[in-house]
Write a protein that binds this ligand. Structure first.
Ligand SMILES: [Zn+2]
Ligand SMILES: [Zn+2]
Length: 84
């Protein structure tokens, strides 16, 4: 019997990998992709603007959770910026 380590926690910042972590750095905003982060075991950040926006149909736009590469499953991911 061995204790299984949690696979959904970032080894660096200890926040859940399925969370969208948003970081502001040098006046630019970056967001983690939950899908890429789960695969990597650490948060994977792209530019916030690279995620695209989702039209909620009532005049509101919210940022997409997953990066285009994970969402469309065409393998085309945004330019990688940094890990946690
Ligand atoms: Zn992290
Ligand atoms: Zn992704």
């Amino acid at each position: 019997m061995s204790e299984k380590p949690s696979e959904d926690i970032c080894s660096t910042c200890q926040q859940p990998l399925h969370d969208s972590v948003i970081i502001e750095k040098d006046g630019e905003v970056f967001k983690s992709c939950p899908s890429c982060s789960s695969n990597a075991g650490t948060h994977v950040f792209y530019k916030y603007d690279d995620f695209g926006m989702r039209n909620m149909g009532d005049g509101r736009f919210i940022v997409q959770s997953w990066c285009p590469g994970c969402r469309l499953q065409d393998g085309v991911k945004p330019e990688f910026i940094f890990n946690c």
